[in-house]
Design a protein around this ligand. Structure first.
Ligand code: FAD
Ligand code: SF4
Ligand code: SF4
Length: 478
C-alpha cells in the first residue's frame, strides 16, 4: 500500500467550498468552487483502497474509482483521466450532478466513523483538468465501416451511444426535436448545478468526431419513424420521458399554475440568451412572486432554487411526505434551505384558489403510515387539518411519464410496458422491432444521467454485435 493513501485517519472530508450565499442567490453560476491540485490530491489520498470497492459496485458505470483516486493522489492526472474516461463518456458531468450520497459515496466503506471520500468532486476535477490541459480529444474512428446508425434523442443516453458507435466506425446520425444538443442536461438541469458550457463543449467534441446532428427535427412529425428505419441499418430510441404528471382537484386549471419543465426550459433558454416571450410576460418568471412548488424530487429542488435566483418574494415547497422519505437528493434539499427555501413537509394540495390568476393553494396535513412497495412510508390525510398557502405562481413538479411512442411514431408494433416505457429484451437492448434498440429514461422511466450513459454504452455494444451478426448472416447466405 503506497503511503500516499489511507489518509482518512488524519485528514477530514472536505468538499469543494460553496460560493458565498448572497452571490449564489443572485446568479446562475455553479455553486461549488473547484478543487485545486493540492486539495484534490489530499482528498483522493483519504481512500483506503478497498479490495472489494463498494463505491465502484454502486456506481452504475462501475468506474474504476480506487485506481483513479490513487493516481490523483500521486499527481498522475493524465493517467487518472485516461482511466476515468475509459468507463464514463462524461465524467465531469457525473462528478457534478450524480446523487453521490445514494451511489458511490453513499457506499464508501472507508471505515466506520469516518466520512466518505469525495469521489464526485475528484472525478470532476480530473476531467476539468484534462480539458484545461488539452488532453480531451474527439474519438474519431480508425476506419469507417460504411454502415449508418440513427439515434432519436440527443440526451445523455443518445450521446453516449453516439460516441461509442462513432468510435467503432459507424456513420452516426442523431435527431432531436430541440434546437440544442444535450436533452435534459441543457433544458432541464439548471446552470447552478451544471453550467451549459460543460455540455456544449461535449457536443462540440462529438461533432468533431464526425457525429452528424439534425436538430429541430421531431421524429413522427417532421420525419416518419418508418422513413428513419429505412434510412439506417439500426435505430436507437433515446427520447426520454416528458409527459408531466398532473394534479387533479378544483382550480387546477387556473392561470399561474405551470408545469415544472415549462418553467425550467424558459429559465434555461433565458440563460442561454434566447428570446422567451412567456418569461418576459411574467407567466414563467418568478420575480417578485410568492412561489409554491409542489413535489419532492430533483425537479422540484431545481424549481425552488431557480425561483430564488429569479428574485421571488418567497419560495415554499409543499411535499406530502417528510424529509426522510423524499425522493430528491438530501444534498440538494440542504442547498435549497441555505438559499432560503421553506419546506412545508407532510402537506398535500387539495384545491387551488383564484379566478383570473392563482391566489393560493389549499392544502391538507398528511401523516406517515406503513412503508409501501417502494420502501417509503405511505401517507394519509389528517382530518380537519386544512390550511391555505398564498401563491402567485404554482409550479407542478410531480414527475414525468413517457409520451405514447407507438402512436407518435405510428408504429403499433412497438411494444410498451404497463408504465408506457419501451419494452426491450434486457440482454439485447432491442425493442419488439428488429434492429430498433432503446436506452435511457424511455426504458427505465425518469432516472439519472449516469444510468442514461450506462444504457447508451450498453446499447451501442449490442447494436455493434447485432450489426456484426447481420453481416455474418448475409455473408453465409451469399
Ligand atoms: P433526455 O435527456 O430526456 O433526452 C431525450 C432527448 O430526446 C431530448 O433532447 C428530446 O428533445 C429528444 N426527443 C424526444 N422525443 C423526440 C422525437 N420524437 N424526435 C426527436 N427528438 C426527440 N439526473 C441526474 O443524474 N442528476 C440530476 O441532478 C438531475 N436533475 C434533473 C433535473 C430535472 C429538472 C430533470 C427533469 C431531470 C433531472 N435528472 C437528473 C434526470 C436526467 O436528466 C435524466 O435521467 C436524463 O437526462 C435521461 O437521459 P435520456 O437521454 O434518456 O433522455
Ligand atoms: Fe459516483 Fe456518479 Fe462518478 Fe459513478 S459516475 S463514481 S456514481 S459520481
Ligand atoms: Fe476508497 Fe471508499 Fe472506494 Fe473504499 S469504498 S475504495 S475507501 S472510495
Amino acid at each position: 500500500m503506497p503511503d500516499r493513501m489511507l489518509k482518512f485517519v488524519h485528514l477530514a472530508q472536505q468538499m469543494p467550498n460553496k460560493r458565498d450565499l448572497a452571490a449564489r442567490r443572485s446568479d446562475f453560476n455553479e455553486i461549488y468552487e473547484r478543487f485545486d491540485r493540492k486539495a484534490a490530491a489530499a482528498q483522493a489520498s483519504r481512500c483506503s483502497q478497498c479490495g472489494v470497492p463498494f463505491c465502484s459496485v454502486h456506481c452504475p458505470l462501475h468506474n474504476n474509482i480506487p485506481d483513479w483516486l490513487k493516481l490523483t493522489a500521486e499527481g498522475r492526472l493524465e493517467e487518472a483521466y485516461a482511466l476515468s474516461s475509459a468507463t464514463n463518456n462524461f465524467p465531469e458531468i457525473c462528478g457534478r450532478i450524480c446523487p453521490q450520497d445514494r451511489l458511490c459515496e453513499g457506499n464508501c466503506v472507508i471505515e466506520k466513523g469516518y466520512e466518505s471520500v469525495t469521489i464526485g468532486a475528484v472525478e470532476r476535477f480530473i476531467t476539468d483538468t484534462a480539458f484545461a490541459e488539452g488532453w480531451v480529444a474527439p474519438r474519431r474512428p480508425a476506419h469507417e465501416l460504411g454502415l449508418s446508425v440513427g439515434i432519436i434523442g440527443a440526451g445523455p443516453a443518445g450521446l453516449a451511444a453516439a460516441e461509442e458507435l462513432r468510435a467503432r466506425g459507424y456513420t452516426v446520425h442523431v435527431y432531436d426535436r430541440h434546437d440544442r444538443i444535450g436533452g435534459l442536461m441543457i433544458y432541464g438541469i439548471p446552470n447552478f448545478k451544471l453550467e451549459k458550457e460543460i455540455v456544449l463543449r461535449r457536443s462540440q467534441l462529438l461533432t468533431e468526431a464526425g457525429v452528424q446532428f439534425h436538430t429541430n427535427i421531431a421524429i413522427g412529425r417532421d420525419i416518419s419513424f418508418a422513413e428513419l428505419r429505412a434510412r439506417h441499418a439500426a435505430l436507437l430510441i433515446a427520447t426520454g420521458v416528458y409527459q408531466p404528471r398532473e394534479i387533479a382537484g378544483p382550480g387546477s386549471g387556473i392561470p399561474g399554475i405551470v408545469p415544472a419543465l415549462d418553467y425550467l426550459i424558459a429559465a434555461n433558454r433565458k440563460g442561454l440568451g434566447d428570446d422567451v416571450p412567456a418569461f418576459d410576460s411574467g407567466d414563467l418568471n418568478a420575480a417578485g412572486k410568492r412561489v409554491v412548488v409542489i413535489g419532492g424530487g430533483d425537479t422540484a429542488m431545481d424549481c425552488v432554487r431557480t425561483a430564488v435566483r429569479q428574485g421571488a418574494r418567497s419560495v415554499q415547497c409543499l411535499y406530502r411526505r417528510d424529509r426522510a422519505n423524499m425522493p430528491g437528493s438530501l444534498r440538494e434539499v440542504k442547498n435549497a434551505e441555505e438559499e432560503g427555501v421553506e419546506f412545508v413537509w407532510l402537506s398535500a394540495p387539495e384545491a387551488f384558489l383564484g379566478d383570473e390568476r392563482v391566489r393560493g393553494v389549499r392544502a391538507v396535513r398528511m401523516r406517515l403510515g406503513l412503508p409501501d412497495a417502494s420502501g417509503r412510508q405511505s401517507v394519509e390525510p389528517v382530518e380537519e387539518s386544512h390550511f391555505t398557502v398564498p401563491a402567485d405562481l404554482v409550479i407542478k413538479a410531480l414527475g414525468f411519464d413517457p409520451e405514447p411512442l407507438p402512436a407518435m411514431f405510428d408504429e403499433p408494433g412497438l411494444e410498451v410496458t404497463r408504465h408506457g416505457t419501451l419494452r426491450i429484451s434486457p440482454r439485447a437492448f432491442m425493442t419488439s422491432l428488429s434492429g430498433v434498440f432503446a436506452a435511457g429514461d424511455i426504458v427505465r422511466g425518469a432516472s439519472l444521467v449516469v444510468w442514461a450513459i450506462r444504457d447508451g454504452r450498453d446499447a451501442a455494444a449490442r447494436i455493434h454485435a447485432w450489426l456484426g451478426q447481420q453481416a455474418s448472416l448475409r455473408e453465409a447466405a451469399e
